[in-house]
Design a protein around this ligand. Structure first.
Ligand SMILES: C[S@@+](CC[C@H](N)C(=O)[O-])C[C@H]1O[C@@H](n2cnc3c(N)ncnc32)[C@H](O)[C@@H]1O
Length: 257
């Protein structure tokens, strides 16, 4: 059984470049086992053969391994800290900050950043890079249609200004969309650009092993300017920020030394 999964990891890496060994094993194995059983396969080996022959199954696998839940202004209080306390300082240092939303899923996070930036400068001057491993979520982010529940935390004035109702969905305004450039990127394999003034990487690090996180913190740190800010998810505090040249700036925010 353990060998079956190890072989699957090796096969998937060869086929897609995705290294499942860097994701927490018990959790990932459980998710994928329930998926292949649902589809009637009895082992990872059988499942891999099927995936190799059927594009739809491969897409379903990718969809299951990447957990895509997101929402606008997720953990609203943290965004308030970003807006009130941290962005003014970032903008003092650089009036056209370089911003990256890493593992952006269906776009709620980079679009939240754009709405907040609109309070400081014209949207035509805002530039945000947003990346994710999963091409399907990027395609959905570009469409920009959201169910009402993902807007629960959006402040009323922003909702009025930047969303229009479209059937049972809400459509994000084109002027917000235009601020974001989406790109496919595997955080565990592809190079990081930079230097950035602000990197937002939330609710993906929890899926990675400690070794993978260690590598990523180093890469994020190297991709930030001195005094640049790294914003993580609300269960993802870094236990030893000093190891990565980070100083805690506020809860879930780290400043590059
Ligand atoms: C739970 S969502 C987080 C979305 C958003 N950051 C938020 O906090 O609401 C996790 C995202 O991480 C992406 N992801 C998983 N592994 C990745 C990797 N190796 N490189 C880049 N993105 C990855 C998934 O495709 C998914 O869209």
């Amino acid at each position: 059984m353990a060998q079956d999964y190890e072989q699957f990891i090796a096969n998937i890496k060869k086929k897609t470049g995705i290294d499942l060994s860097l994701y927490k094993e018990a959790q990932m194995k459980r998710r994928l086992t329930s998926l292949y059983e649902k589809r009637g396969y009895r082992s990872f080996q059988d499942y891999f053969i099927a995936i190799s022959q059927d594009r739809k199954l491969l897409e379903e696998f990718l969809d299951r391994m990447t957990i895509n839940v997101s929402e606008f202004y997720r953990n609203g209080k943290r965004w308030e800290v970003l807006e009130k306390k941290l962005l003014p300082k970032i903008l003092e240092r650089n009036s056209r900050p370089k911003i990256w939303s890493a593992a952006c899923s269906t776009g709620e996070e980079p679009y939240t950043l754009a709405m907040i930036m609109s309070k400081f400068m014209p949207l035509s001057q805002v530039q945000i890079l947003a990346t994710d491993l999963d091409e399907n979520v990027i395609a959905r982010a570009k469409v920009g249609l959201y169910p009402e529940r993902s807007l629960n935390e959006v402040p009323d004035d922003m909702k009025r200004k930047y969303f229009t109702k479209d059937g049972s969905f809400f459509k994000i305004a084109d002027e917000i969309k235009r601020t974001v450039t989406f790109k496919k990127q595997n955080l565990l394999a592809d190079p990081f650009g930079g230097p950035y003034d602000l990197i937002v990487c939330r609710n993906v690090l929890i899926y990675f092993t400690e070794d993978a996180k260690d590598i990523l913190y180093k890469k994020f740190s190297a991709a930030l300017r001195p005094d640049g800010i790294f914003f993580v998810g609300s269960t993802e505090q870094i236990f030893n920020p000093g190891l990565y040249d980070f100083e805690t700036e506020d809860t879930f925010f780290y400043r590059k030394k």
